[in-house]
Design a protein around this ligand. Structure first.
Ligand SMILES: [Zn+2]
Length: 415
């Protein structure tokens, strides 16, 4: 594509969007989990309409969708661009006061609203590379919300650019902004068929240049230990305390391996994240993670055997072992459509960046979309330190991300 001035509106957009409190919440029983997310959704619908995307709308679940119609007679696959509107339940996103640190000269950034909040260059290797960039942070009292409002701003700016430059050929582009990603249900009611994209990209990654094509495979395991309850004064030889069985079981879990605190890169783990119970029954919940289903199942079998072995030491006790699937590695789907990731790599390179494939030690909405029939890798937004008061994003990186989006759109016209 010809030399263009990218990012005319991306900065003002992100500064506007982070001021909407869109924090999602666990276990509210509603969808979206918090009503306030719809305020940003309504704003985005208005802005998309102003850009001429006439069908822009929000549905009952809070999903914002819109179509930028193809401007060519040629048959080009319909591409989706997806970002999430909510912010993490872990840190407040209310009254965010974004700060721009212009022409970053290196060293630590002390956040002025709470001077104990310091983004240390030594702990943020990516920041150390951003000398001369304009860095956006919060004032230290809240998160920033670049996750994922940087992604929304970048998509909006790319759409804005395409609308202003009709000479740039593009196929039909579908836009979706989703709620509740941070509580793991971002695409629960998303209608892939109605959306109508053949392939999509989430803009929800971190370091610029990265293309994420791989996630964990994830299950949850619930183990319920059953003892025998009796009046403790007359319980000799009768009472079996499930709390003690569960404790013995937890004590046997491996420590040097198979734990989040002792694994990295492509290693998986079993992670107990809740214990609840009393004398009669005690329930231990786990999340299980690995990049391959086979290794995931081996970890579950390991837990099952360990639990059965434990129960054998407590006559008349029993256990119940339940596995629930959470999500699967999106690479298994993306490998069937190699051009989707290839176009993203090409787009990154065209933007003058060194492309890097990256595996996520977690999930994305894209991983779920892949298994709902919409192959969706994840693209970097330039944001860092997500879910914390030390969150930051570089203005220059955001502009690069817009360029990557435009290059992806261009790359698909060449098929
Ligand atoms: Zn995110």
């Amino acid at each position: 594509m010809k030399e263009v001035k990218i990012g005319e509106t991306v900065v003002e957009r992100v500064l506007r969007y982070v001021k909407y409190d869109t924090q999602s919440a666990e276990g509210t029983g509603t969808y979206p989990s918090t009503e306030k997310q719809k305020e940003l959704a309504k704003q985005l619908v208005e802005e998309l309409k102003e850009l001429g995307l006439k069908d822009a709308s929000m549905d009952q679940y809070g999903y914002v969708t819109a179509t930028l119609t193809s401007n060519t007679q040629r048959a080009i696959p319909t591409i989706g661009l997806v970002a999430h509107m909510d912010t993490s339940p872990e840190v407040s996103g209310k009254d965010v006061k974004p700060q721009i640190h212009r022409n970053y000269s290196g060293g630590d950034i002390v956040l002025q609203g709470d001077r104990s909040q310091i983004i240390r260059a030594s702990e943020s290797p990516e920041l150390a590379k951003k000398i001369g960039n304009d860095i956006i942070t919060s004032d230290g009292t809240t998160l920033l919300g670049a996750d994922d409002k940087a992604g929304i701003a970048e998509i909006m700016d790319a759409v804005h650019y395409l609308v202003k430059h009709p000479e740039l050929e593009h196929g039909t582009i579908k836009i979706a902004f989703t709620p509740d990603e941070e509580v793991g249900t971002g695409v629960k009611y998303f209608d892939v068929k109605k959306f109508g994209a053949k392939y999509a990209y989430t803009l929800d990654g971190e370091t610029i240049g990265e293309v994420e094509n791989e996630t964990f495979c994830a299950d949850s395991v619930t183990i319920t230990f059953r003892g025998v309850i009796f009046h403790p004064g007359y319980a000799k030889g009768k009472l079996v305390n499930s709390i003690k069985i569960a404790s013995a079981f937890v004590e046997k879990l491996p420590r040097g391996e198979m734990s989040p605190e002792t694994t990295e890169k492509k290693e998986g783990y079993v992670h107990p994240n809740s214990v609840q119970g009393g004398v009669e029954t005690t329930t231990v919940k786990f999340i299980i993670r690995d990049f391959e289903v086979k290794a995931l199942k081996e970890k579950e079998e390991f837990l099952r055997n360990l639990a059965q072995e434990t129960v054998r030491n407590y006559p008349r006790s029993s256990l119940e072992f339940k596995v629930e699937e959470s999500y699967r590695n999106m690479k298994h789907v993306l490998d069937k459509y190699p051009e989707v990731v290839e176009k993203a790599i090409e787009a990154v390179r065209t933007a003058g960046l060194e492309p890097r494939l990256h595996s996520i030690r977690g999930g994305t909405d894209g991983a779920r979309l892949c298994y709902m029939g919409l192959p969706t890798p994840n693209i970097a937004t330039g944001g860092h330190n997500f879910h914390s008061k030390l969150e930051w994003v570089s203005v220059q990186d955001m502009k690069k991300a817009v360029e990557v989006i435009l290059n992806i759109v261009q790359a698909w016209t060449k098929t």
